[in-house]
Design a protein around this ligand. Sequence first.
Ligand code: HEC
Length: 108
Amino acid sequence: MKRFFILFFVSAAAALAQGNAANGKAVFEKVGCWQCHGHVGQGGNAGPKLAPDPRPLPVIIAYVRKPGGQMPPYTAKVLSDAELTDIRAYLASVPAPKPVKDIPLLNQ
Ligand code: HEC
């Protein structure tokens, strides 16, 4: 019984640390990251690519709190660390693009 509870807490903590991609997508839309970085973090005119293969969570949190260039800062008041964890989970869930060899038109 004791072991069951320990397992339960360990997996709940792991789930929290990994974040919730669906909520991350909603937050990414709500706070406007998409306006500069694109809806799937693909990058655009106003911001660089964030996904696929996003940077580690501590790097993302540090940058968003204190950006160095054009990007506006987001304080913990408007965007919590938990929400940023979810945003990273969302960015990590974005699939990599197809390799060129799998696009027939480009292989004629
Ligand atoms: C107004 C446009 C704008 C918005 C909104 C914005 N960003 Fe950015 N972001 C940028 C730009 C431009 C850069 C490139 C560096 C710079 O100029 O600050 C950047 C850089 C970053 C980087 C560093 C990328 C790297 O590889 O070094 C991260 C991480 C990031 N943004 C995440 C976010 C997240 C998460 C949000 C939403 C909470 C967000 N940004 C909202 C414009 C924006």
